[in-house]
Design a protein around this ligand. Structure first.
Ligand SMILES: *Cc1c(COP(=O)(O)O)cnc(C)c1O
Length: 232
C-alpha cells in the first residue's frame, strides 16, 4: 500500500516539474505529453498510476505489452519505445497509439506488410541517432531525408515526427545540444513535403533530462524511474 501511494506522489511531482518547465519556456501545455514508461513494472504499479490519472504508457518489449495491456482498463493509451524486432510486428494491433522507434528500412517494410494485412495504418516516429553513436539504434541525421522519401511507398506507415535517446554519459550541455539538433532537423525538414510524413512530434527526454527536452521542444517526454522508482 505504502509503495503504491508513492507512485501517485511521484507522478504528482513529475507533473509539477513538467508544468514548471513548460512555463519557463512559455509553451502551450497542450503540446507536451507525459508518457509513463512502465517497462518491467508490474500491473499493480501501472494501475496505481492509472488511478492517479495517468493514461498514456510506454513499453519497450512487445511480449511484455501483450501480457500486461489486457489486464488494464481499455482507455489506456499504449506507446512502443525501444528496438522493435520485425518478427514481433505481427503481434501489434490498433491499440498501439504510436511506435517511437522506426529505425530501419526492414522495420518499415514489416510494418507495412502487417498493416496491409490487417487494415491498420501505424503512426510512427523515426528514431534518430543524433549523437551518431555507432553503438546506438536510429538513423543518422544525414540518412533521414532519403528514409522520408521512401515512406510514400509504404502507405500503411505514417511518420509523425522524430524520437531520440540522449546519451547516458553526456553532460548537460551535450544533451541540450542533441535535443536542439533534433528540433533543428525537424524544423528544417518540416517545410519539405513528403507523402505520409507530417513532422510534428519530438519524442525526447527521460527521467534524467526531461526538463531540458521540454525547453528544446519535446512534445513527448518518456519517463520511467521518476514515476515508478528504480527498475528491479
Ligand atoms: C526506459 C526508457 C525510457 C525511460 O527511462 P527512465 O530513465 O526510466 O525515465 C525512455 N525511453 C526509452 C526508449 C526507454 O527504453
Amino acid at each position: 500500500m505504502l509503495v503504491n501511494e508513492e507512485i501517485e506522489q511521484r507522478l504528482v511531482r513529475v507533473r509539477m516539474r513538467v508544468a514548471e518547465a513548460i512555463k519557463r519556456c512559455e509553451r502551450d501545455p497542450r503540446t507536451v505529453r507525459l508518457l509513463a514508461v512502465s517497462k518491467t513494472q508490474p500491473v499493480s504499479s501501472i494501475e496505481e498510476a492509472y488511478r492517479a490519472g495517468q493514461r498514456a504508457f510506454a513499453e519497450n518489449r512487445v511480449q511484455e505489452w501483450l501480457e500486461k495491456a489486457p489486464l488494464l482498463p481499455n482507455d489506456c493509451e499504449w506507446h512502443l519505445v525501444g528496438r522493435l524486432q520485425t518478427n514481433k510486428v505481427k503481434y501489434l494491433d490498433q491499440t498501439i497509439s504510436m511506435i517511437h522507434s522506426l529505425d530501419r528500412f526492414s522495420l518499415l517494410e514489416a510494418l507495412n506488410v502487417q498493416g496491409e494485412k490487417r487494415g491498420i495504418t501505424w503512426p510512427t516516429l523515426v528514431q534518430v541517432n543524433i549523437a551518431e553513436d555507432p553503438t546506438k539504434a536510429g538513423l543518422t541525421p544525414g540518412e533521414v531525408p532519403d528514409f522520408l522519401d521512401s515512406i510514400r511507398d509504404f502507405p500503411y506507415v505514417k511518420v509523425r515526427g522524430f524520437m531520440t535517446i540522449g546519451a547516458l554519459e553526456a553532460s548537460k550541455a551535450e544533451t541540450q545540444g542533441f535535443f536542439r539538433q533534433l528540433q533543428a532537423l525537424r524544423d528544417t525538414l518540416q517545410s519539405r513535403k513528403w507523402e505520409g510524413v507530417e513532422l510534428r512530434e519530438l519524442s525526447m527526454g527521460m527521467s534524467q533530462d526531461f526538463e531540458l527536452a521540454i525547453e528544446e521542444g519535446a512534445t513527448f517526454v518518456r519517463i520511467g524511474r521518476q514515476i515508478f522508482g528504480e527498475r528491479g
